[in-house]
Design a protein around this ligand. Structure first.
Ligand code: ADP
Ligand code: ASP
Ligand code: MG
Length: 422
């Protein structure tokens, strides 16, 4: 995906020496009028210091979920083009309202849809790939003194149809805009102050990271750490963009996602970067068909599989990140889909975990000692993922976090030595 983005960093509008600030505000950060006003104030304040500001906005609060529900309420298999036409609307609303909030503050902002902002994708509705960002209009508006508000999540295909970049896709929009504008960094404003070693909503004493490598963040995100969309991290990695993830509600420094790490709290200094989880993981089974046919049908609707277990008379698989309704719709006509819904997953992230069997052994041993029975274990180059009952996910996350990130007083427990030795 990322290699196809056309870079245009030499084309800079205006005479400003500094590259534009490229910011992204997530759903919670624009959830209501007060928050939209706060976003407007932050942008106007930055502009008044002489900076050019481009902000990519998500849909307000959980409004994209509401749109998904509306779609599947009228059709079990909504045409993907029309699904995108509907889901993309949320980001347009945020941008238009934010532009109004900026106007109320006496400055000027312009809201741009993906088409207006030149965000070109392929035609894979629901999970479209970025092809190029042609930021001429963004440059023109910046040169004209406007704060530029770009709809996240949206793209436009070669035939002019609106596409979407997959759930959480505004992160990828922001990174793509930063690449195209030659910005030195992309700042992601969200509802937590930093990236932590586990979701701080599940592990209150998770460690706050000053910095984390792109590769580690990517594995965390693939394991379910929804704080960044995986594709956006991949894009930042391949284009060398630093991401600063920070709170939308304060001015404090957050976490730098970048090539090098430093500082004692950086994930790179420990064997395990973090523990990620998904509260709901569906294990699907389709009888009487081969894995190839199932994976192909899913791919047609842009759905990627996680684990695939081909068996003599059926195939079982997971599709992390895809809604169950989407999976069933994709396999309509291929075979009857059975779903084991009562599952979730917990992942231990450590680059090169494939060469550190002691980490996986320690994780599985600890889970079994706590009577948490793994249903399926998969490993990638940077992550071991264990499917467990969803009711046990939170306990499993806390347990594994305690093992790999013991409190200071516990640092001599054997499992910490196992991690250090790795
Ligand atoms: P936004 O709407 O701003 O895009 P998201 O809900 O997509 O925000 O992502 C922020 C959420 O990610 C946080 O509220 C937090 O619960 C969750 N999260 C999961 N894992 C982590 C982690 N390791 N560090 C920080 N936040 C995490
Ligand atoms: N609004 C979209 C979603 O909820 C995109 C985003 O927020 O990043 O998935
Ligand atoms: Mg998000």
């Amino acid at each position: 995906m990322s290699s196809r983005i056309d870079l245009d960093p030499t084309h800079r509008s205006g005479s400003a020496a500094l590259p534009p600030l490229v910011w992204k505000f997530g759903g919670t950060s624009v959830a209501d009028h007060d928050r939209l006003r706060a976003v407007a104030e932050r942008m106007v304040a930055a502009q008044r210091t002489g900076r050019r500001v481009v902000a990519v906005l998500s849909a307000m609060g959980k409004s994209t979920d509401d749109l998904v529900e509306m779609a599947y309420g009228i059709s079990a298999r909504p045409p993907l083009r029309e699904l995108d036409a509907l889901l993309s609307v949320g980001e347009s609303i945020s941008c238009a309202l934010a532009a109004m909030a900026v106007a109320e503050l006496g400055s000027r902002a312009v809201s741009l849809t993906a088409r207006q902002a030149g965000i070109a994708t392929d035609g894979a509705h629901g999970n479209a790939r970025l092809v190029a960002v042609e930021p001429q209009r963004i440059h023109d508006e910046l040169a004209d003194g406007a704060i530029v508000l770009v709809t996240g999540f949206q793209g436009v295909s070669a035939n002019g149809d609106v596409t979407t970049l997959g759930r959480g896709g505004s992160d990828a929009s922001a990174v793509a805009v930063a690449v195209a504008l030659g910005a030195d960094k992309c700042e992601i404003f969200t509802d937590v102050p930093a990236v932590f070693t586990a979701d701080p909503r599940v592990v209150p004493d998770a460690r706050r990271l000053c910095s984390i490598r792109h590769e580690e963040m990517l594995e965390m995100a693939e394991g379910g750490a929804g704080v960044m969309q995986p594709r956006s991290v991949e894009l930042a990695l391949s284009h060398g963009v630093d991401i600063h993830l920070r709170s939308s509600f304060s001015a404090e420094e957050g976490t730098w996602i970048r090539r090098e790490t430093d500082g004692l709290e950086s994930a790179g200094s420990t064997a395990v970067a973090g523990v990620a989880h998904r509260r709901q993981e569906s294990l699907y089974a389709v009888d009487g068909v081969g894995a190839g046919a199932v994976v192909a049908a899913l791919a047609e609707r842009g759905i990627a599989v996680g684990a695939v277990v081909p068996e003599p008379a059926r195939v079982r698989f997971t599709a992390p990140g895809a809604e169950q309704a989407e999976v069933s719709a994709a396999l309509d006509g291929v075979g009857a889909v059975k779903v084991d819904q009562g599952l979730g997953s917990v992942s231990v992230v450590s680059l090169g975990i494939g060469r550190k069997p002691e980490i996986v052994a320690a994780a599985l041993g600890a889970l079994e000692d706590a009577d948490i029975v793994p249903q399926l274990v998969t490993t990638t180059a940077g992550r071991a993922t264990v499917l467990v009952a969803s009711s046990e996910v939170d306990d499993a996350v806390r347990l594994l976090h305690r093992i790999f990130f013991p409190a200071a007083a516990e640092t001599s427990v054997p499992l910490q030595s196992a991690a250090d030795a790795a």
